[in-house]
Design a protein around this ligand. Sequence first.
Ligand code: AMP
Ligand code: GLY
Length: 347
Amino acid sequence: MDIMSFGRILEVAKEVKPDFAIIGPEDPIGGGLADELELIGIPSIAPQKSLAQIESSKGFTRDILKKYDIDASPIFRIFGSGELKELNTFIEQDLGGEFVVKYDGLKGGKGVKLSGEHLKSVDEGVQYAKECIEECGKVVIEEKLVGPEFSLISFVSGSQVVDTPAVQDHKRAYEGDTGPNTGGMGTYSDSNHSLPFLEESDIARAKEINRLIAEALQKECGEPYKGFLYGGFIATKRGVQLIEYNCRFGDPEALNILPLLSSDFVDICQAIINGELKEDLVAFEKKATVCKYITPESYPAAKDQIGEMVKFPVVPENARIFYGDVSEDENGELHLGGSRAAGIVGI
Ligand code: AMP
Ligand code: GLY
């Protein structure tokens, strides 16, 4: 079933009558599936469409941070079609030629382009910015930040926020981080639920930013955010800055976090829905985790191995395997779907 066929999803939901829904990917969340399910009496662990703009619009996120005085953004400006003439000056003079161009909508992780990596000159940046404006009316241009990145995902019910262990995602394909960006090749988390490169003040600040944004979203949209709030942060020399928000669990971050959860996940979901989320409902084991995805050799560039049969190793007791883009045939054999095939998590 196509995940954007809301009519079909609602039919199934009416048949199954679930107590609640968890919506995984960003496209149906951004498209307002939680709103539609609400109309037939099914609550979701996923925000309504207006709140989901925190992921579906990079400009919305930067504007919210600014409006609610949350000091976690790099220098940025949102450009529309009337302001094309000012693009060059902003990039060259205000940002000193090091910049990031962000498409103002969902693009499967491919909307962000960085100078020096994807954009070899200011002209290439300006050209890409113009393409973004043509496609979606707006583009965000911002300062290029330097530092290690990390993800901090929180359970949120309005202004009630409970954090999960911080995780670092490694997005580049191939050994030594030499390949193109992917959805995430692997991730790790540490036993103290912070990360080795973070000061205590860094992790505290990231948690504070998630709280501030949950409150700001409620004020801005007039309804409580209910779901997972995924902050993508970067620890720079001048402190923790926000790269982006996602309105869902991370992939693979969820594979690190959920196996450590020692309390009941359904209880947490119900508390989110009922506005009764508290710290003591959520406990994580003090263990470190590492996840590595197995992918087709040609991932993410080509899809030439689709359908190839694949066998996975038997994992030891302290590890878990989570299947991804594979399908099972009538003989129980597994076949590659072309994207990430399975995540193996060591605990
Ligand atoms: P996003 O789709 O927003 O997660 O961006 C994809 C990647 O682009 C991030 O994981 C960062 O590595 C990079 N990125 C985004 N914004 C910035 C920024 N302002 N400075 C440096 N890197 C960035
Ligand atoms: N691991 C990054 C993401 O889920 O967007």
